[in-house]
Design a protein around this ligand. Structure first.
Ligand SMILES: [Zn+2]
Length: 84
């Protein structure tokens, strides 16, 4: 998933850091290790990106699974799907 779209409430960009770039930084520039870890996220050197949206899974009082939703980290707005 490369395009996370925008928040339907405040139009904030939900695209985060590139997965490969993230691990490249974490591993101090080790390309092979970064690529290996990125591939576990289904990402490659030039594709795959973390989203800024927060995925929320919850239960009601009787422990029934509620429909999961996304939450915007900027405005706190809830939405079912991302605006693309
Ligand atoms: Zn928002």
């Amino acid at each position: 998933m490369d395009d996370h779209g925008t928040c339907p409430h405040c139009s904030a960009d939900m695209n985060g850091e590139g997965v490969y770039e993230h691990f490249l930084k974490e591993y101090g520039g080790d390309h092979e290790k970064a690529l290996e870890t990125a591939s576990m996220y289904g990402a490659g050197e030039t594709n795959g990106r973390f989203g800024r949206e927060i995925y929320v899974k919850s239960y009601d009082k009787s422990y029934n699974k509620l429909k999961p939703y996304f939450q915007c980290p900027d405005c706190g707005g809830k939405f079912d799907s991302l605006n693309r």
